[in-house]
Design a protein around this ligand. Sequence first.
Ligand SMILES: NC(=O)C1=CN([C@@H]2O[C@H](COP(=O)(O)OP(=O)(O)OC[C@H]3O[C@@H](n4cnc5c(N)ncnc54)[C@H](OP(=O)(O)O)[C@@H]3O)[C@@H](O)[C@H]2O)C=CC1
Ligand SMILES: O=CC(=O)O
Length: 354
Amino acid sequence: MQLKTLSFSLSSPSSSSFILHSPPLSFPSISCKFRPSSFSSSRPLCVSLITISANSNDATGQQEVPTRIGFLGLGIMGSPMAQNLIKAGCNVTIWNRTKSKCDPLINLGAKYESSPMEVASSCDVTFAMLADPESAVDVACGTQGVIHGIGPGKGYVDISTVDGATSKLIGGNIKSTGALFLEAPVSGSKKPAEDGQLIFLTAGDRSLYDKVVSFLDIMGKSRFYLGDVGNGAAMKLVVNMIMGSMMATFSEGLILSEKLGLDPNVLIEVVSQGAISAPMFSTKGPSMVQALYPTAFPLKHQQKDMRLALGMAESVAQPTPIAAAANELYKVAKSRGLSDEDFSAVIEALRTKL
Ligand SMILES: NC(=O)C1=CN([C@@H]2O[C@H](COP(=O)(O)OP(=O)(O)OC[C@H]3O[C@@H](n4cnc5c(N)ncnc54)[C@H](OP(=O)(O)O)[C@@H]3O)[C@@H](O)[C@H]2O)C=CC1
Ligand SMILES: O=CC(=O)O
């Protein structure tokens, strides 16, 4: 049997979003994803036949396709990502430090294991979406960590936003077991995670990347393979350093317009029509004006990314004064108890005199 991964474009728009799927991504299976928003931009409709490929990596000319998928870390991002895998028919086993967050996914058909080690042991490929470098290292390398359950023939894909050194540490430990490692942080927030519209920034074992592309395509709209471990982390931190600085300067503009007696909602409209238009401004601006910060990207994570980006810049002696100033604002916002609000709450650090 010679089947390949297929993708083709649909030109006709559809009024609703849905996913068709075969039984779990066992062998063979079909996963079709319809994204109406993408039809207008002629984005390919992803149709994957996961089975035997001519571009195979093993000695028999056949590529082994992971069938049992692990997912560790079911926070704002991990939950919808794992949910999309389950809804696409994947055989998913989950773990989260706070077990109650597993329940909705178990109700959707996920299996549960009581430690990262057990998930890695029972799965072909395990994804992890954790808060920060400390939790990413703990889940991968701690006493009940992934390294105690993983081994040859398996793979670990860390989607958490961490620095390159942390990613290399985790990757080194995973590879010492004989397993493969891919870092794959994502750009895109809660809504893109729910809609399967994330952007994957991957680096590490190319053969693992090739094995998991079908799963990345269920969770995301695009993917970049950037070479050696550390490059995905670095790209993600540069992107988020820009985003954090943009949000800080946007906050200054909103506050200044208010102080000048201008309507900040009109400012948002003006900005949205010009060269500095950005989806982030139009989606978050109106709620910022109302001092509402429904959490999509927690402020504490944005500050973590600023801190890690500044460290990365320092390591190559690159001045980043704008990001350094913005980081101070996020630190002030954290000290005012805004860590778990959306990062747009950074505007609160400007509302009164510093
Ligand atoms: N939200 C966003 O818009 C985006 C976030 N990211 C990045 O993705 C990652 C996850 O973000 P998000 O889902 O928003 O964050 P959340 O804070 O919602 O979730 C964090 C996850 O990490 C787990 N965790 C935290 N500390 C530990 C620990 N010590 N041991 C084990 N597990 C732990 C949490 O478990 P528990 O439930 O028990 O607390 C939870 O599952 C972060 O690195 C973030 O920077 C990337 C792109 C977008
Ligand atoms: O990391 C956050 C994002 O929106 O991307």
